[in-house]
Write a protein that binds this ligand. Structure first.
Ligand code: SAM
Length: 279
């Protein structure tokens, strides 16, 4: 095996999803760069790959220092390094960015052995538009930052995908209800595992579902682009205008509604004037 860096995707639930090429590569690599050595050693053992080799960790707290160490192993010692994460595709909400960036700057051989990526699997299951999508990683924890994050993507004409966790999903949906009103969403959870499911609905409908079935496991939240669902067509434009006109000028509120919902500017303007005169 040539010295360099091999980016290898691992399963996100079902062990059978690892590719034969990935197994071969894990067997041949002299060093495994991973997030958590216990998790990776367990995976390799399940795949009958020897764990009698060097392991190096790479995570948020040590990425800078360990990148240098890994680069030196490849360049100075001519080693082959397999980069894996705890599950799924490395670098996607997982460590590795700095390492790849440095390898590229230093003309180090890199290749990818693709496989599972939770966001792609979720999008496939969702039935939401796949022609344009945007992955936005994990939402921030703090309420205001989460709302700001939602506002920053609300008008994007693409399916928006977030990684989420079971203990945060209800809070996230509460916030989403305020921003996306009747927009269609989907939550895919436990993908490739026994209880895999994907639930579609408005934020309110998803909240009702999770109040009946407490959320468990790993999950991905997806939000349809503006104006794709029939439900959104029934959006209460006047209520949205009233909300926005508290924060901004009539003109800006009209502009935002027109762009978000792809509506006729004159009609929205008329409704805004009616609202203003009612006051
Ligand atoms: N790099 C991985 C990937 O893209 O496949 C994702 C790693 S990220 C730290 C973990 C998040 O991915 C979870 O919080 C969840 O949002 C999502 N995820 C991972 N496995 C999943 C699964 N089996 N079903 C649903 N979501 C999953």
């Amino acid at each position: 095996m040539k010295n360099g860096l091999y980016i290898i995707a691992t399963p996100i639930g079902n062990l059978g999803d690892i590719s034969p090429r990935a197994i071969e590569c894990l067997k041949s690599a002299e060093i495994i760069a991973c997030e958590d050595t216990r998790i990776s050693k367990k995976l390799l053992s399940l795949l009958s790959v020897s764990i009698n080799k060097e392991f190096m960790t790479l995570h948020d707290h040590n990425e800078e220092v360990h990148t240098e160490k890994i680069i030196s192993k490849i360049k100075e010692e001519g080693k082959s390094v397999a980069l894996i994460s705890d599950a799924g595709s490395p670098l996607i909400s997982d460590p590795g960015y700095k390492l790849i960036r440095t390898c590229r700057e230093q003309n180090i051989y890199i290749t990818t052995i693709p496989g599972c990526c939770a966001l792609i699997c979720a999008l496939q299951l969702s039935g939401l538009p796949t022609n344009r999508f945007m992955f936005a990683g994990f939402l921030p924890n703090k309420d205001k930052a989460r709302t700001d994050s939602f506002l920053s993507v609300r008008e994007i004409n693409a399916t928006i995908i977030f990684y989420e966790t079971a203990n945060r999903i209800q809070k996230t949906l509460e916030a989403a209800k305020e921003i996306f009103a009747n927009r269609e969403m989907a939550v895919a959870r436990e993908i490739t595992k026994v209880y895999e499911e994907c639930i579609n609905g408005t934020a309110e409908e998803l909240l009702a579902h999770f109040s009946q079935h407490p959320p468990k496991g790993e999950m991905v939240l997806m939000i349809a682009p503006p104006n794709t669902s029939e439900k959104e067509k029934s959006i209460d434009i006047k209520a949205e205008l009233a909300r926005l006109m508290k924060e901004k000028s009539l003109k800006s509120a009209v502009k935002e509604i027109v762009e978000t919902y792809n509506l006729n500017k004159n009609e929205v303007y008329e409704q805004a004037l009616e609202l203003k005169n009612e006051k």
